[in-house]
Design a protein around this ligand. Structure first.
Ligand SMILES: NC(=O)c1ccc[n+]([C@@H]2O[C@H](COP(=O)([O-])OP(=O)(O)OC[C@H]3O[C@@H](n4cnc5c(N)ncnc54)[C@H](OP(=O)(O)O)[C@@H]3O)[C@@H](O)[C@H]2O)c1
Length: 344
């Protein structure tokens, strides 16, 4: 089903998931295309970003951002064209970065839109390497991780939107980069395309041993995006004064309770104490929003010069967003996951 000029396809939250989301948690709820009033613009979605944080918004629990209500359009960052402008700050045809969610069209009074100009070579990059995930990698690694030349940096979800950029920046800073990814295809790309020194498959039965073998000098920075067994394997290898930017815990986003088993928190705290480890969580725009310009200034030439490469996984059609999102939480994406919603 293609984007039309009359209808606004909207994907709304139909019900809250219990564990892993299913397609029943989403519903297509088309409406007429809205008309802009004075001072407004009509946005037409071209690319929609699918990101792990959306899983948290499907829960009715307090977090750093409010949940999506049942019947509301799913949240999401988009790259849009201005289809019609009744606002003097925007011209029809302009590209903008918006938070207009899983739908074809949206109205805006211009607040919160980021202008991307009239010509944009690769619009979807503004959702990945030159957007929120790239910014997350840049600030998390450089400000919290503080990597130094010669150190070992371990990166979880190594071919994903954030991890792929983390590893490449660490290489630019002269570090040895050990990636962790799901499956041999992803691991091969991390080394051959992204330039990591090595990448290990977390599905391997001897994954922990492989990681120990590859990190004989220990780990100085662990960029945490996953949690679970990857963190378990990293913990004993952390060096004195290691840094852990805590970016995400995707292995746990579908959990409905704490895991069974002995309480391992004393081991964790003791390791942090004895090895004097610094671990810091961060929420990118809350903590670093004012530094977006600084990121773009450094990252844009890195990307233009091919020093930072990007992997993209483009899904065709808004109607395929729910299944693509479900797959993201199971490691099915290969690179930054975006949906092409309409023609450029
Ligand atoms: N703090 C912030 O402000 C902020 C901002 C952006 C993103 N994040 C976080 O950063 C992390 C990565 O986000 P992203 O956008 O770059 O996503 P992504 O890495 O492009 O995609 C998610 C990847 O996570 C891995 N994964 C999924 N389930 C897993 C599991 N059970 N165990 C191990 N790995 C699993 C999969 O890779 P493999 O197949 O390689 O395992 C999957 O491809 C997420 O935790 C996200 O919430 C945080």
């Amino acid at each position: 089903m293609k984007q039309s000029a009359e209808k606004n396809r909207r994907i709304v939250l139909n019900s809250r998931p219990d564990g892993a989301p299913t397609s029943d948690n989403f519903r297509l709820d088309p409406k007429d295309r809205p008309e802009p009033a004075a001072g407004e613009v009509l946005l037409r979605t071209v690319y929609l970003s699918l990101d792990p944080y959306m899983r948290g918004r499907m829960n009715d629990t307090a977090s750093y951002a409010p949940p999506v209500e049942i019947g509301e359009v799913m949240v999401g960052t988009t790259v849009c064209r201005i289809e019609e402008s009744m606002n003097p700050d925007f011209v029809s045809g302009d590209w903008v970065l918006a938070n207009s969610g899983w739908q074809d069209y949206a109205l805006s009074d211009g607040q919160g839109l980021m202008s991307l100009g009239q010509e944009l070579e690769r619009p979807s990059r503004s959702l990945g390497v030159l957007g929120m995930p790239g910014f997350t990698a840049y600030m998390g690694l450089l400000d919290i991780g503080q990597p130094k030349s010669g150190e070992t940096v371990a990166v979880a979800a190594a071919t994903g939107a954030v991890g792929s950029v983390v590893g490449q920046i660490a290489k630019l800073k002269g570090c040895r980069v050990v990636g962790v990814a799901g499956g041999s295809k992803k691991c091969k790309a991390a080394v051959e395309t992204l330039g990591f020194d090595v990448c290990l498959d977390h599905y391997a039965t001897d994954f922990s041993q492989q990681l120990a073998d590859e990190c004989q000098e220990g780990i100085d920075v662990y960029f945490e995006s996953v949690g679970g067994k990857v963190f378990e394997a990293v913990l004993p290898l952390l060096n004195v004064k290691a840094r852990i930017p805590i970016c995400g815990l995707i292995a746990h986003y579908n959990d409905t309770s704490l895991p069974e088993g002995p309480d391992r928190s004393p081991l964790l705290i003791q390791t942090f104490l004895v090895r004097r480890i610094k671990a810091q969580g961060f929420i990118i725009f809350d903590d670093y929003g004012s530094r977006y310009g600084e990121f773009l200034e450094e990252m844009t030439p890195w990307v233009a010069d091919g020093k930072v490469k990007f992997l993209e996984d483009v899904v065709e059609g808004l109607e395929n967003a729910p299944n693509a999102f479900i797959g993201l939480l199971e490691g099915e994406n290969f690179g930054k996951l975006v949906v092409r919603v309409g023609e450029e």
